[in-house]
Design a protein around this ligand. Structure first.
Ligand SMILES: [Zn+2]
Ligand SMILES: [Zn+2]
Length: 78
């Protein structure tokens, strides 16, 4: 699904360039992941890459429904 560019940028700025994942089932457990990411690595499927994760598809294209996820975390959701 094509993702609106401005939502990605807004989510990125909100996240401060860090992974926003808070899943307790991941290896970061009760801590937010917080992995530092760079904009250039967006959409890369390798270490250091990241992508936006649509957390609530039925709720539409609201910024609150998107999370910045590092590739490790993003992989675990799919
Ligand atoms: Zn992460
Ligand atoms: Zn995670």
């Amino acid at each position: 699904m094509a993702l609106a560019e401005d939502i990605t940028k807004q989510a990125w700025e909100r996240a401060g360039g860090q992974c926003e994942c808070r899943q307790r089932t991941h290896s970061h457990f009760y801590m937010p992941c917080g992995k530092q990411l760079t904009w250039e690595m967006r959409g890369k499927t390798e270490r250091g890459g990241w992508d936006t994760h649509h957390t609530n598809v039925s709720d539409g294209n609201m910024l609150a429904n998107y999370q910045i996820l590092c590739w490790d975390c993003h992989n675990k959701f799919s």
